[in-house]
Ligand binder design. Sequence first.
Ligand SMILES: NC(=O)c1ccc[n+]([C@@H]2O[C@H](COP(=O)([O-])OP(=O)(O)OC[C@H]3O[C@@H](n4cnc5c(N)ncnc54)[C@H](O)[C@@H]3O)[C@@H](O)[C@H]2O)c1
Length: 364
Amino acid sequence: MTDRIKVGIIGFGRMGEFYVEDMLGSGRWDIKYICDRSPVSRGLAAVACPSAVIISDEDIIFNDPEIQVVGLFALADSRKSQIDKAIASGKHIISEKPIGLTPEDEWDSVFRAEESGLVVAVNLYLRNSWYAQAVKSFIESGEIGELAIVRICHMTPGLAPGEGHEAEGPSFHDCGMHYVDIARYLAGSEYGTMHSQAVRMWDYKDPWWLQCHGTFENGVVYDITQGFVYGQLSLNQTHNCYFDIIGTKGVVRMTHDFKTARVELRGVTRTEVLEEKYGGKNIYRLCEAFADKLAGLESSPDKALPTFRDAAIASEFAWKCLEDSRRNVLPSIGDDATLVEIRKRRASLEDGYGLLHKRRTKKK
Ligand SMILES: NC(=O)c1ccc[n+]([C@@H]2O[C@H](COP(=O)([O-])OP(=O)(O)OC[C@H]3O[C@@H](n4cnc5c(N)ncnc54)[C@H](O)[C@@H]3O)[C@@H](O)[C@H]2O)c1
């Protein structure tokens, strides 16, 4: 009991629920507090974790010397001040992305966290996926020759405009920063050039589909496509998600159906197809790696903790792509009536892509 890591969680929404479930399942965490502004979320938190003290004042967590780790799973508008308080009170941090509302805030948190010596990590969930690690290892093995092209695509009929965490940006920021991050991880280099083309679907003010391409500093070429515009009103919905990695001699690619991920390795000496559980947001793996790090255990490469710096780079670059897209024509296609129809359909869907209203914990 006493060896378990004492954690205080702030934000018990869709993501907070995943953390609580996975931390309880691991047996290495003692969730002492769950804090949320909303009485509904607090009610659900009490059901999900009866042993936790459920509160609405986050300062109780920061002022409790027993708390070792804070989990920042509310929204980006409160993240910066919570990071500041965590660092000031010497608490290690697991944070959701983005780590702030603006690049200035994000970089301030990067520098403070790096100076603090505390253990900090951000849920850039693709880095902790078995499939991204399999693709990365294959690239590093030399089986595809020299890495030349990184192509990443994520298009689903998910979060509709105006439905989600508006302040966290249009879909290319809110969700696209994950793909910006994973392209950089796979290329093993920093972004160099970039050109972005986007579309304002259904006459919404912001782009909801964006494609960018360019080069990394090491010369590797990339294209990233992200959009939640993929057949929102089709009778039977589908998606199109892949990594497509091309070398001078071979290729490695990944697709998934959100249940199973499939990696095809086509190298110079071996051809192999790997299929395993998709793994969702990989929160269990992130929390286990974090607990290992706190315990001073050697972290295997597949348990790397995504850093605040990784998150700030991905977030800033995603904002830059959105800015660039506004300089490149940015057509508006479709009308608001279609968007109203899409929102109406999503509100009544029980099973669908990225439904924010769907809570895992049920009221007693
Ligand atoms: N890493 C990923 O793949 C991923 C996926 C989805 C969401 N996210 C991020 O996770 C965060 C949470 O997303 P979500 O989908 O769980 O949102 P959500 O709206 O379902 O939940 C947010 C919860 O935080 C609470 N809250 C808001 N401000 C608060 C504050 N200042 N203090 C205490 N509680 C507060 C709300 O009442 C709500 O219960 C967002 O920043 C989002 O971008 C990350």
